[in-house]
Design a protein around this ligand. Structure first.
Ligand code: T3D
Length: 265
């Protein structure tokens, strides 16, 4: 476990990095200090070739309640804060950093995920949620639009009707409902959340990482490509991956009827 952080925990073991948002008394909502620590941790993970899967989770009873609103109180007569600058400096780079990591990223949603906290989870490649967890697009309650990718993720994941329902009504969506709608990958019993996520993370950390990185890249890119363009991208990635040691190992292991030993290269 890495020390030196005040608002997060970072553990790197057996190819899996686990980043835990750790301000449980404020449902792990984001302060500037937490943004800076998460950014530093993601840079460290990205530079560490031993890491082949990232798990993002929260301490205590919440996953993340988005922006810490106690940093946003406006005194009478005080000029309003430029929230665009906050998005540009913190939330946008955070979502893009998670999305662009060349390894699988799992959100283990242990409790309520609200505001930017909900959309941070949706920016991850696989979302597992505890049955007692919930997702709230809380922005409508404070006069903001869903940010951190909310307006982009929601219609793509669940369609306009549900995206607008979630965004305009800011109702809590249960983990079961989220799974049924295709908002997340899986809802599991509370006690099973971390054991399930650890098993999946271990599986992913032993997988051909470069192939998984290109797979997520191609699937995300497909949202803005034509079929012909996607076929071209698949061709280019297959050309690259066909030259990797992991591909050679995967084919050899299949033919020799043994388990593959992927190096992630
Ligand atoms: O500002 C910018 O930079 C622009 C970017 C914005 C991004 C955003 O995320 S905007 C949206 C901000 N988030 C919210 O609006 C969510 C606010 N929280 C809630 O609506 C509720 O707390 C929840 C639905 C998440 C959970 O409800 P519940 O009943 O389970 O818990 P609670 O009692 O409301 O919260 C527990 C404690 O956490 C409580 O403190 P207390 O009373 O025990 O001392 C509560 O004040 C605190 N807390 C929860 N969320 C936040 C928070 N404190 C600061 N900021 C929060 N976001």
């Amino acid at each position: 476990m890495s020390t030196g952080y005040e608002t997060i925990l970072l553990e790197i073991a057996d190819g899996v990095a686990t980043l835990t948002l750790n301000r449980p008394q404020r449902l792990n909502s984001f302060t500037v200090a937490m943004h800076e620590e998460v950014r530093a941790a993601l840079a460290r993970i990205s530079a560490d070739r031993s890491v082949r899967c990232l798990v993002l989770t929260g301490a205590g009873r919440g996953f993340c309640a988005g922006q810490d609103l106690s940093e946003r109180a406006v005194a009478p007569g005080q000029a309003p804060r430029d929230l665009g600058e906050s998005i540009e400096t913190y939330y946008k780079p955070l979502v893009l950093a998670l999305r662009n990591l060349p390894l699988p990223v799992i959100a283990a949603v242990n409790g309520v995920a609200a505001g930017a906290g909900a959309n941070l989870a949706l920016a991850c490649d696989l979302v597992f949620a505890a049955r007692s967890a919930s997702f709230v697009q809380a922005f409508a309650k404070i006069g903001l639009v869903p940010d951190s990718g909310g307006t982009w993720f929601l219609p793509r994941l669940v369609g306009n009707a549900r995206a607008l329902g979630m965004a305009l009504l800011a109702e809590r969506i249960s983990a079961e409902q989220a799974e049924a709608w295709g908002l997340i990958w899986k809802c599991v019993d509370d006690a099973e959340l971390m054991p399930t996520v650890r098993n999946v993370a271990a599986q992913l950390a032993a997988s051909p990482t470069r192939g998984l990185a290109r797979t997520k890249e191609a699937i995300y890119a497909a949202w803005s490509l034509t079929l012909a363009q996607s076929l071209d991208l698949e061709r280019d990635f297959q050309r690259e991956l066909g030259r990797t040691a992991d591909y050679a190992e995967g084919v050899a292991a299949f033919l020799q009827k043994r388990a593959p030993r992927f190096q992630g290269q």
